[in-house]
Design a protein around this ligand. Structure first.
Ligand code: FES
Length: 108
């Protein structure tokens, strides 16, 4: 699939999280920005169906906490840090270019 544009640079400010649907809305990403660093992970919790873009970003710990049962995930490596989620989130390469923010979706 390659690099996909997920948003304009101006629509992702420090401390923001957004969700982005791709693959004909079958998959969803979470994109976060903390202190000018970008993160991209699966956008749906690995425990049950919860949209992580409605979750809680911890900028100090660099984690996203699921809004449904409050499992936290490390944004760098996707690891689930507390139950009930056990499976990690998939993580993706993400870059900012002149014309927007891009995430690399590898073929699976
Ligand atoms: S759905 Fe995310 S922790 Fe349960």
């Amino acid at each position: 699939m390659g690099w996909i544009k997920v948003c304009e640079n101006s629509s992702l400010k420090d401390g923001d999280i957004i969700g982005y649907d791709y693959n004909d809305n079958k998959n969803r990403l979470l994109i976060a920005k903390i202190k000018d660093k970008l993160f991209a992970t699966d956008g749906i919790c690995t425990h049950q169906y919860a949209d992580l873009s409605n979750g809680f970003l911890n900028e100090e710990e660099k984690t996203i906490t699921c809004p449904l049962h409050m499992s936290a995930f490390n944004l760098d490596n996707g690891i689930a840090l507390n139950p009930p989620a056990e499976e990690p989130l998939k993580t993706f390469k993400v870059i900012s270019k002149e014309d927007g923010v891009y995430v690399l979706i590898e073929e699976s």
